[in-house]
Each structure stands twice: as structure tokens, then as C-alpha cells.
Design a protein around this ligand. Sequence first.
Ligand code: ADE
Ligand code: ZN
Length: 338
Amino acid sequence: MVEEITKEFTHGLPKAELHVHIEGTLEPELKLKLAKRNHVNIGQSTIEEVKETLKFNNLASFLDVYYEAMNVLQTEQDFYDLAMDYLHRAAKNNVRHVEIFFDPQAHTSRGVAFADVINGLYRATVDARALNVDARLIMCFLRDFSRDSARETLEEALKYKDKILGVGLDSDEHNNPPMKFYNQFCKATEEGFHITAHADPDQPRSIEHIRDLLEVIGVERVDHGTNIVEDPDLVDYAVKNEIGLTSCTLSNNFLNADMKGKEVIELLGKGVKISIHSDDPAYFGGYIGDNYYTIATKFDLTRDQVIKLVKNSFESSWISDEQKALYLKEVDEYVAKH
Ligand code: ADE
Ligand code: ZN
């Protein structure tokens, strides 16, 4: 019998969200509200007009629209509201644990204080406990900014060490290899941060970037990273070292016209700790439940495959083994009931 995967099933599954950019959760409604509150002229005054701006077909053209929209984020309260808006949606998707990316340089470069960004976001993570969501923060370096800028950003972050769980790397990968940030990743590790980095799908030199991330820099996870299938030796490495890969069905489809479903199935079958996430859900048409539902239905995943993906999300998260065991038990209980 073919098991039908329903939206109710994928949305209700307890899950860990490990790849969501808080700036990518800025919904048109909130964008308009913040533009008005901060008197920022964004050139749009209706939801339809904001939606009209969402035109892109690759990473670089997406990033242009994405950074432009951030101008409405000005105060600590704006960052709090942005994160709280997201965390309510996360709760509806039964996200039990989330490690949220944020890009301080996208804000400090516009004159917003680092303190306002981190304090607003952090306050929301504390308030999310009332929603039954355990939320943490990962600070990303923008890879198209200079090494010096990354160094200054890490120095600033050290003042807020207790509020930041890890350090990541995002933005435009073309001509910005991970080794550009080798020193800052070493420093971040010495300071006790977890480390991860984007290896976006089908970039020039994807496999070289993934190899450097794993074998030289020593990241614990790779964000996207599905090009690893091209190198069986690296796949073995990822399995042996329990490297998490965070694949994002809907953003893959928008930016590459390919959901990477075949790669996800292959890597899952080989024992890689791959899981499904939402990237920039306000831009790519869906939150984490939709990302699971879309890959499950378009690629005929079995229930067991979907369950393995969510279990991988908890297993590759940066929480204690005790906490992991509790969440995995929740998954088993949910599955037994559905
Ligand atoms: N920043 C936000 N989304 C991103 C993505 N998919 N890749 C790189 N940088 C990003
Ligand atoms: Zn991303």
C-alpha cells in the first residue's frame, strides 16, 4: 500500500529548524508595517507591490532583493518583532528547537548598532519559551564582505558570547571561498562557538568549497551542501564524522529550478545526517512544514524517510544528548499516534 504523506503529518511532526535566516522571514505585511513605523520610503505601499519585488532566479538576484528589503529594520524593537513573528510561525509548524541565522553586517553596514540587532533577537528567543520553542542564534559572516569586516564582527560578537550559539557563513559564494574566512573560523572555534557554513547548490567550485569546509576548516554542518554527492570520498567523511547537511526544498527550487530531491534521497540512503529546512521562507513560498511536504510528495518519500529526515534534524542540532533523546522520543510518540 502506498502511504500518503499529508500536510497535517508533515506540519505536526516535531522538528528542529537549523537553516532559517531571520531576515528571510520578513513577510510583506511586517515589511510595510516597519516601513511606516520608521518612515522608510521603500517604494511599495501594498502587499501586492511588495510581492512584485520578489523576482529572482539565482542566488545573486535573490540577494539584491533581500538586502534591499532590510532597510526597514532599524531598531531593537524591529528585530524583536521580526523574530517573534517568525517564532509564532515556527510554533505552528511544531518546530521544537530552532537555530536561527542572523547577518549583523547587513545591518551594521547601514548604521544599525550590533547591540540593537542582538538584543532584539535574543529577547524574542527568551519569549519563545512560552510558545514551547527552544530558540538559539547563529551569527553569520557575509562572505562577500572583507576579512577585516568579519574579524571586527567576531570581536563585537564576543561581547555577547552568552547569546550566540554558533558562527556561520552566507551570502554570495561566487569568488568568496570558505578559506577566505579560515582565520575567523579558527578564532570562533577557539572561543567555543559551534561552526557551520553555506555551500549553496551548484556554485562554481562547489566540491572544492565543501572539501575545504570539512577537511580544513572543520565545520560541524554544511548548509545545503548537496553537491557532496559528486565526491564519494567526501560522502564517506560526512557519514563517519556525522556532518549535518541542511537542505532547503523550496529555495533550491526557486534559485536552481531543482529541489535536489534525488540528492537528498541518495545521501539519506548512504547514512548522511541530512535534514530539511526553510532558508528564507517569506521569499520562497513556505515554512518548514511546506518544505517537508513538498519534497515528500514530489519525490514520493516513504514515511520512514520523512521520519529519518526529522530525526536527523535533532541529531545534527547543537543541543545536549539528553535533550536530543527527549525530542527523538517526541518524534516516536507522534509517529505512533499518526
Ligand atoms: N542568505 C540568505 N539566504 C541565503 C542563501 N540561500 N544562500 C546564501 N546566503 C543566503
Ligand atoms: Zn541559507
